[in-house]
Design a protein around this ligand. Structure first.
Ligand SMILES: Nc1ncnc2c1ncn2[C@@H]1O[C@H](COP(=O)(O)OP(=O)(O)O)[C@@H](O)[C@H]1O
Ligand SMILES: [Mg+2]
Length: 417
């Protein structure tokens, strides 16, 4: 089966030669998505392939590349070869495209067998834990992992893993609008206009260069300082000291947990966990499986609320299984952020285990006021704000337990290890 008018930008030639990883990144309009969609459709028409199209977040098929593949099938005149179904696309030779979100979907991802190609679109948002689940699942001989993305922060897991420190047997190609022979006029206008208005944003959106920080990032300065001072690194668990945990609770929203030890005036963030739509028992099991020796689990105020279904509160459930629980004082978000800024310069983060928490802290930012178009004083509530909320509780709980000036160094309150 050969495709009609299969034209590619020269830079995408490499998609037709084997490599374990193929990484296409850059600014908008570089023909990344179209190029990959076409290459996969052509390869799957030439021989039977099982192709997983994945992204970090996919609540429905509408958010996937299903639609893009469908339109490319027609423009390649492969309509009679591919059968488009609601959740899959099937080729007459047995090829199949399947679609999935990676986040919190371990069981589904692990159930995929015999995958020849994975295409991870919008890969800049893929977390460390998602890569760690996905990659070992793709183990068929000759299988390949392709990713396309527009970079955001230099520190993002995907960018570090594939571009900054490239994997063996990988081809990494930066591709921008000026590599795309079919760069459309409408996009050119948008591009030129952004270049005028906001040269920094232009560098990121169209030139595909990483941003130093996100606009409105609340802890930009603190995180840059932590990075520069080498406080984001390997921070091992000290088994002679207790680990305290700091929760932000959610059901549809994420529950996020920081694990911290205090040692000689340093706050060591040794681990982080986040998930959603799990019972509190799940999180207790996660704590137990980590195998740390625990001190106090610090919970937010809503841990006192009784669940309608069980009639019990998170606080009660955790206490009943023998956890030592404390409710964090109810400070305003503003005061909580200040508390976080105060303790930040004593924080050390484990680069690997806290990767997701850090990724969210870097994205914790002020919301834009719809009227003034300026940043408001309110943080944006989004996927990333929960890790930052848990971090606020951490800061507030420590603040509370700071030694009084008269008794400096003697009273460490709940923080005595
Ligand atoms: N092979 C191609 N043939 C014709 N037009 C193309 C092709 N590849 C890309 N384009 C044009 O370039 C635009 C941008 O491509 P796209 O793949 O969406 O870029 P990116 O994913 O890099 O942002 C498309 O909307 C389409 O108009
Ligand atoms: Mg794209």
């Amino acid at each position: 089966m050969t495709a009609h008018r299969a034209e590619f930008p020269e830079k995408l030639e490499f998609l037709f030669h084997p490599a374990r990883y193929k990484c296409l990144y850059g600014g908008r309009g570089g023909a990344k998505s179209w190029g990959v969609a076409r290459a996969l459709l052509i390869q799957a028409a030439a021989s039977p392939l099982r192709i997983l199209c994945a992204r970090e977040f996919q609540n429905s098929i509408v958010e996937s590349v299903h639609h893009l593949l469908q339109s490319q099938i027609s423009s390649l005149k492969l309509d009679s070869f591919y059968e488009i179904q609601n959740a899959t696309i099937k080729g007459a030779n047995g090829s199949e495209f399947v679609f999935a979100g990676l986040r919190n979907n371990v069981t589904k991802i692990k159930s995929f067998e015999g995958i020849d190609r994975v295409w991870v679109e919008e890969a800049q948002t893929v977390s460390k834990s998602s890569w760690d689940t996905l990659i070992p699942t793709i183990r068929k001989d000759g299988s390949e992992i392709w990713l396309t993305y527009n970079p955001e922060l230099e520190t993002d897991e995907t960018h570090q893993r594939f571009v900054v420190k490239p994997q063996p047997d990988s081809v990494v190609v930066k591709i921008n609008w000026d590599d795309n022979p079919w760069f459309p006029e409408t996009l050119r206008k948008e591009k030129d206009s952004l270049k005028e208005r906001d040269p920094d944003a232009y560098q990121n959106v169209w030139q595909g260069n990483c941003r130093v920080t996100l606009d409105g990032a609340i802890y930009a300065k603190e995180l840059r300082q932590a990075q520069e001072e080498g406080r984001i690194r390997n921070v091992p668990y000290d088994s002679t000291k207790q680990v305290h945990t700091f929760f932000d609770l959610g059901w549809a929203d994420n529950t996020s947990i920081w694990f911290a030890q205090t040692i000689g005036g340093e706050f060591r963030l040794i681990d982080f966990y986040t998930n959603s739509q799990q019972s509190i028992q799940h999180y207790v099991a996660v704590l137990q499986n980590r195998g740390y020796i625990y001190g106090t689990d610090y919970l937010p105020h809503d841990a006192r609320a009784r669940s309608l279904a069980t009639g019990r509160s998170v606080e009660e459930i955790m206490t009943s299984v023998g956890r030592k629980v404390q409710i964090v004082p109810n400070l305003s978000v503003f005061d909580g952020i200040n508390a976080a800024r105060t303790v930040f310069n004593r924080c050390y983060f484990d680069e690997q285990k806290c990767s997701e928490g850090l990724q969210s802290l870097r994205r914790y930012r002020y919301d834009v006021d719809p009227d003034s178009k300026q940043f408001s004083g309110r943080p944006l509530h989004d996927f990333h704000s929960h890790a930052a909320d848990a971090f606020r509780y951490f800061a507030v709980a420590i603040e509370e337990d700071k030694p009084a000036s008269s008794a400096r160094g003697i009273r460490m309150g709940g923080w005595r290890a």
